[in-house]
Write a new protein. Structure first.
Length: 119
């Protein structure tokens, strides 16, 4: 319902995460990546991980596709945090973020990433 209520070209500015009695508000520009974790997503931001009950597909649809890309079935990456791409194994790549974190990239994700980066 929230996706239907959102304007056509409007994407999330912030993500609200409930943690018991606390509510964390994460600006999307500070989100490094999101990772699927069973029935939750792990949101990595400023060295911390926040868990939220949501699907990765619904989060990816709510984020600006010019800034965020689903590079693997379990990962959505903030393109602003990307430092470089490395070959991991034959036909397998990893994205290395500015803080040194390595995220696997699927073949389809690599093709989409190359298209966005203009390679």
């Amino acid at each position: 319902l929230s996706a239907a209520a959102r304007e056509q070209d409007r994407y999330l500015d912030r993500i609200v995460v409930r943690d018991g009695a606390r509510v964390h508000i994460l600006p999307v520009e500070k989100l490094d990546y999101a990772e699927a974790q069973d029935d939750y997503i792990g949101l990595k931001s400023e060295g911390k991980t926040y868990l939220k009950a949501q699907t990765l597909a619904s989060l990816a649809a709510a984020l600006d596709p010019k800034r965020f890309l689903r590079v693997h079935r379990s990962y959505v990456l903030n393109l602003d945090r990307l430092a470089r791409l490395e070959l991991y194994a034959k036909n397998s790549h990893v994205a290395v973020l500015r803080d040194g974190v390595k995220i696997p990239i699927s073949r389809e994700g690599h093709a989409r990433l190359r298209e966005i980066l203009g390679e």
